[in-house]
Design a protein around this ligand. Structure first.
Ligand code: ASP
Length: 349
């Protein structure tokens, strides 16, 4: 039987048109172009139903409510299709991919996010290749994960980051090798793919309580009052991108006091690294230990994107603080490496 996939078109460059104000989303444009590409209707391609969101978004405008909207859309059509493609802008694709990985539980089918650096309407573009390959992977692969298919790689969504604003290989998963490489063949490394979790299918939570979360990148000479302002209610959780293995200005008592009083008020403070690759170790240096003593927890080898999306999702689950912090440091969707676990970590085949 011919495979069937469901395509959620949320927007992004792939379907944009050049206008007076630069590239802009355009309702109906991508769908009409897809109808004109003979390869997309070739017998070896899956049948597809395309749901165009209204409005289509430049992904810089995506909000957590949009993450939940996509998760609800996929979940409501889940039993009808063999796989799912989410067309999305590249700018915040890593956040959405991470959020979907946490939101959709018990996934047994592929959910593939893709987009492009150049719109499909341009003569030279990466859109056609990314779209066709994503459709094939969604229909035919046994990858029951939320992935990003882009520029020759299939990556775990909650490990991915946008790493170039102009190259076609826009995404990497710096702490985990690609799940697949796309060359003359689509080569999926099945040993790296998560197996279907066995959990029953469903969303992590139904009602969005809109918890306020933030991300903040430390910088040398930062005045503690900047953080103090950020930590004001209604903030519930924050990802701090610290230096190296998770170090912060430990010789600034006011800075540490700001962290301490925030954690005492119940704000969850998660430390990730500004480095692209590696693991946070708050015990490595005195400057990291000071953060831990002030009540911060390690984000281990999570990307800041995954940590922010995870924090948002867990805060929506109304957990006890201790449980939330322990789930933050547990592997829920392949987003982090548990101590002692071996991971393949180079961006290579
Ligand atoms: N600004 C665009 C977006 O994220 C960029 C892209 O799609 O490549 O929607």
């Amino acid at each position: 039987m011919k495979k069937r996939i469901y395509i959620c078109n949320t927007g992004g460059t792939i379907g944009m048109q050049a206008g007076a104000g630069g590239y802009q989303t355009c309702q109906g444009f991508l769908e009409s172009q897809m109808r004109d590409i003979p390869e997309i209707t070739h017998p070896s391609m899956p049948d597809y139903e395309l749901n165009e969101y209204d409005p289509l978004l430049d992904s810089a405008n995506m909000r957590p409510a949009n993450w939940l909207g996509i998760a609800r859309d996929i979940s409501s059509r889940y039993s009808e299709f063999d796989g799912f493609v989410v067309i999305h802008g590249t700018d915040t694709m890593a956040y959405t991919a991470s959020a979907l990985a946490f939101l959709i539980q018990g996934l047994g089918k592929p959910v593939v996010l893709t987009g492009s650096q150049i719109p499909l309407c341009e003569i030279r573009n990466d859109a056609r290749e990314n779209l066709i390959t994503s459709m094939l992977i969604a229909a035919n692969s046994r990858v029951p994960e939320v992935t990003i298919c882009f520029g020759g790689y299939l990556l775990r969504g909650c490990r991915s980051r946008k790493v170039t604003a102009s190259g076609f290989d826009a995404f990497q998963s710096p702490n985990l090798s690609p799940l697949g490489t796309i060359g003359t063949e689509i080569n999926i490394r099945t040993e790296r793919v998560l197996s279907a979790s066995g959990k029953s299918f469903g969303l992590m939570f139904e009602r969005d309580r809109c918890p306020q979360v933030a991300a903040f990148r430390l910088f040398p000479g930062m005045d503690h009052e900047i953080l103090d302002n950020l930590f004001r209610p209604p903030l519930k959780g924050i990802v701090i991108e610290a230096f190296g293995v998770g170090n912060a200005p430990s010789e600034d008592p006011k800075f540490l006091q700001v962290i301490r009083s925030a954690t005492d008020r119940g704000v969850v403070v998660v430390v990730c690294s500004q480095c692209t690759q590696g693991v946070v170790d708050l015990k490595g240096y005195a400057s990291g230990q000071a953060l831990e003593k002030a009540g911060a927890i390690s984000g281990m080898d999570m990307t800041a994107e995954a940590a922010l999306a995870k924090l948002y999702c867990l805060l929506n689950c109304e957990l006890e603080r201790k449980e939330l912090e322990s789930m933050m440091q547990a592997d829920l969707a392949g987003e982090l490496t548990m101590p002692g676990e071996v991971r393949a970590s180079a961006q290579s085949g």
